[in-house]
Design a protein around this ligand. Sequence first.
Ligand code: ATP
Ligand code: MN
Length: 555
Amino acid sequence: MVATPRPGSPYHGRPTSSMSTHSKIEEDLHDVAGIDYDKVTIKRNPSVAVLYEEALTYEQGTVISSAGALCAYSGKKTGRSPLDKRIVQEETSDKDIWWGPVNTPISEHVFSINRERAIDYLNTRPRLYVFDGFAGWDPKYRIKVRVVASRAYHLLFMRNMLIRPTDEELENFGNPDFTIFNAGEFPANRYTTGMTSTTSVSVNFKRNEMVILGTEYAGEMKKGIFTVMHYLMPKAGVLSLHSSANEGPDGDVSLFFGLSGTGKTTLSADPKRQLIGDDEHCWSDEGVFNIEGGCYAKCIDLSAEKEPAIFNAIRFGSVLENVVLDEETRVVDFSDDFLTENTRCSYPIDYIPNAKLPCMGGHPKNIILLTCDAFGVLPPVSKLTPEQVSYHFISGYTTKVAGTEDGLTEPTPTFSACFGSPFLVLHPQRYATMLADKMSQHKANAWLINTGWIGGSAASGAKRCPLKYTRMLLDAIHDGSLEKGNFETFEVFGFQVPTDVPGVPSELLNPRKAWTGDDAEFTASLNKVAGMFQENFKTYESGATAETIAAGPKA
Ligand code: ATP
Ligand code: MN
């Protein structure tokens, strides 16, 4: 596609093929959304270089890092806004949706008000950016996604995160299956029925549209598409999963489930294994496929030594969000959390040297549930029975450590069904049942890995399980040696825990032995955490089998 040279370009005025006639994208956006192409310049699937130029020219604060990444700033919102997410209640999807705190209904009328507000705003912009791409690597299940955004930063982000079409695919793209209107620079109207703040993220399964107002956090778009896949895929008999995935030299696939910060991205980037994806997957009758075309890594305290693959992916084309740089050298200080602890980088998956393209694999051999337990009571690795997997998948336990300063804050437990309740659309039991069926059909092994604290709680000043040991435990899972070793039963939770793993201090494997404080204190903490599991599981007891319920901890 040839674009008209910018004013001031030495070859401005040189005729191009796209002059005078209106392009299909201009006509489409006019027809579907009333975008006035006489006033608004629409750029479809611009190159990385053009998006850099536009972001640097028009978006305040945007700079280039010393490594060549585009450093953009999302303003007030530096994380998702789950409380401002709404799902349109309409007859085509109403009966399927898990209504409640995760999926809060709004009417079709209110959606129209938000949509109109977003489009009115987009129409005031001199430039709009459109990206057409795919979600889902398996051509059988992929959906065509269109992103319409006022910020070049947002478009580059989605260019990284969606699957980039070939020239031919773009040429024959046709109409999208789903469209995101991102007017995040402009607030929602708080007096609109059902709005509780100036931020609004609404999804409409009948119109196949998502409208964003009042948040410029780019992750909202990627997780919006994930939500859509959580609705569409199970209907097609495919299980959508909040997990990363990689593949060993013999073609054995591992899935890593876990909530934010538990290690999906970090642990799936493994030089010994090919990366299928770091966050969102589907498991069909043919195997596993990634939903995304890129990765979205946490950057806080990132180092070239500990996470070389991710560190080296930060270069021209990558988008760094909300990081602090040296004024002069433009070197990023990854330890600086002045703007947020949630500093991030998005990059195309092929920036990871051993990415597997296309991002698909066979049926998983190992299912790894990740948790980051700040109470220091769960073993760094445990082998799970199928019933324990069901119990812990529905529970989705991890902890958040609020202000990490001084290591003195009390950890906050989080239970998030299927390790991703903010993205679930159907009742959690529906995903859990599909997982159990697929695991038994394909005889997958299952493990629970605690990447959190060991030796004491976060509040006691203990440390997280060193990354190098977690990696060794994974190596032992993958080379099959862990399975063949000796196990003991871990109290209360009933897990099988290995007694020795080469290279890993054996006292680390059993949290009671690793505990540096008082033994009675460990017992109390362990029972406290077990009690929290039991309390949380009450909501799911009516839908769960007796075997699953029995697989929970016994406080
Ligand atoms: P999100 O869903 O938000 O993308 P994620 O599960 O991908 O989250 P990561 O980005 O992998 O989470 O974050 C894990 C963080 O924890 C990284 O910053 C990593 O350096 C740190 N970490 C510390 N110790 C460990 C460990 N033993 N295993 C894994 N990660 C660890
Ligand atoms: Mn991640």
